[in-house]
Write a new protein. Structure first.
Length: 557
């Protein structure tokens, strides 16, 4: 293959090898941050630390010192042992540990595990664990995991994630009240974890009939995600609340990302896997999909979340704070200058080592991020080219169909029962309708149902060609069609200034204003007043419909 024929991944191989000679490739693997509620007279702080210590002992390769079992600070640096250390503070009450675990199978690869346990002002115990992979040799792919002690802590304590109790297995949502709870969880503004919802086959309430076994996924992501099983009847209830485009049913699986808002959200932001895709997933079917979903879910836990470092600081940060507190304590106790000098020298040595380590990690993260950025740019470019070619193909087929039929007007449905299916078949390639607009149609009281369909056909047959070709004849044809339908097209006005959520939608990850609308009638009675709000996407050369068929109110109207 010629150099120009190589894909970007192949071209980056020599660069990656060169960079590994000087920098480790640092990949954050997973992060768990949960809250433990008080239980009777139990000391959750102490029992949580006790749950971590045996794991540290088994991985360290040597017996831990007595101070470790007394939940005090220690550092294990014996020859033949893996680097392990803990810092304990009384005020504020905090215990943090770190273990550097050499990979048994991949040379020059180390797994860095950090643990933090703290008591906050409410008396709750905050617990966190982060896992990092540092590779100086061959960057062999790996599956993401969470440390094994996390499962033990969740099983023994009253653990919560995003304020919701973590149970011994995935939660089943079946009733109207439980669906309301699920929607409130999805829309919780401070939710940090993904919500993975498994739906059941049509008519089923048996939680065992999910597309993949839920038990294994729940155990491997516990404390990092919310895992829900949705019965078939509950799927219809969820659809009523968030719309068909953002719901999940018939054995599909959907991952709801944080900051979910059904009113303005894009379905693509919350990935949906249909049962056929799961069963035929590459390299192993359902089992391969399960592994992929676990990896994706844990990868989402390592994105930056504001305030997380303040709640549970890193091991190095706590070491520096602890050292400062110890110096202040010694000084107040009347330590001599020579004693203080010894402390300062020890702290300086730690700081130099930590700065070097942080620089290595930072450089390694930059290497990883740069590789991923270049690959993402290449893949995005490929996707754009493919999408552009598909649009050209669709456009050619539409023009051919119009020439063959000799007409653009044909009967439209007399009800809205299959409106979404009709839109996909008739409008694909020219008009995209966002989920919120579908919700508007489902709740419509507008009496002239044919106008809903014909207004969309007017955009497809006349407005879109006019915008794409900028032809005066097509502009005239569009205006003639609007006149026949007794519609007027105009700017939306100042509504977006007073209620931006109503007059804009999220499209391709960007907030876009619905700056134009088709309208008929001035009555506020939803049976007789028609509005269709949209904007023109210059890059894709399509119309995006954000709401219909009623008027969008604002503070002015």
């Amino acid at each position: 293959m010629s150099e120009s024929g190589k894909n970007l991944r192949e071209q980056l191989v020599p660069l990656r090898e060169k960079l590994r000679a000087t920098h480790a490739v640092i990949r954050p693997v997973s992060q768990v941050t949960i809250r433990l509620k008080p239980r009777d007279s139990r000391d959750s702080f102490a029992t949580t630390v006790d749950n971590v210590l045996p794991w540290l002992k088994n991985r360290a390769g040597r017996e831990l010192p007595e101070s470790a079992w007394a939940q005090q600070s220690f550092e294990l640096t014996d020859v033949g042992a893996q680097r392990a250390a803990a810092i304990a503070m009384d005020d504020p009450k905090y215990w943090t540990a770190r273990l550097d675990d050499a990979d048994q199978f991949v040379p020059l690869r180390t797994w860095v595990t950090e643990v933090g346990v703290a008591v906050d002002g409410s008396g709750d115990v905050l617990f966190g664990a982060r896992l990092i992979c540092a590779t100086r040799g061959e960057d062999v792919p790996f599956d993401r995991t969470i440390p094994g002690f996390v499962r033990g802590i969740v099983a023994k304590e009253l653990a919560t994630l995003d304020g919701e109790a973590l149970e011994s297995k995935a939660r089943v949502v079946a009733t109207d009240k439980e669906v309301d709870w699920l929607v409130s969880l999805l829309e919780k503004p401070d939710r940090e974890a993904d919500v993975i919802v498994f739906s059941l086959p049509e008519g089923s309430i048996n939680e065992l009939y999910t597309a993949i076994p839920v038990k294994g996924l729940y155990e491997q992501t516990v404390g990092a995600t919310h895992v829900i099983v949705l019965t078939a009847p509950a799927s219809y209830l969820l659809t009523d609340r968030v719309g068909k485009e953002l719901s999940v049913f018939r054995q599909a699986v959907r991952t709801y990302k944080p900051l979910f808002r059904s009113w303005v959200d894009e379905p693509a932001r919350h990935p949906l896997a249909l049962p056929d895709r799961i069963a035929n997933f590459a390299n192993g079917g359902a089992a391969a999909f399960e592994k992929w979903l676990i990896n994706q879910s844990l990868a989402n836990t390592v994105v930056h979340i504001a305030g997380r470092e303040q709640r549970l600081p890193s091991f190095n940060t706590v070491r520096q704070i602890s050292a400062q507190l110890e110096r202040d304590k010694r000084k107040e106790a009347g330590a001599t200058d020579s004693d203080m000098l010894v402390l300062y020298q020890a702290d300086n040595n730690h700081l130099r080592n930590e700065l070097k380590e942080q620089k290595d990690q930072y450089d390694g993260l930059l290497v990883s991020a740069d590789q991923e950025r270049k690959i993402a740019i290449e893949e995005a470019g490929t996707a754009k080219r493919q999408t552009f070619n598909l649009r050209l193909r669709i456009r050619a087929l539409e023009e051919q169909a119009t020439r063959i039929s000799g007409e653009t007007r044909k009967p439209v449905p007399n009800d809205l029962a299959d409106f979404e299916k009709w839109c996909v078949v008739e409008l694909g390639g020219s008009i995209e309708i966002v989920n919120r607009a579908y919700q508007g149609v489902r709740k419509s009281e507008f009496e002239d149902i044919s106008l809903i369909y014909r207004s969309l056909l007017a955009l497809r047959n006349y407005y879109v060609p006019m915008r794409r070709e900028r032809d005066e004849k097509k502009k005239f044809a569009y205006e003639k069609e609007l006149a026949e339908l007794q519609l007027e097209e105009s700017l939306t006005g100042d509504g977006v200034k007073f209620d931006p959520d109503l007059y804009s939608v999220t499209y391709n990850g960007i907030r876009k204003v619905l700056d134009r609308h088709l309208k008929r009638g001035n009555s506020r009675d939803p049976r007789f007043c028609f509005r269709l709000y949209f904007f023109w996407d210059d890059e894709a050369e399509i119309v995006v419909v954000g709401w219909l068929p009623t008027h969008l109110d604002n503070r002015m109207t």
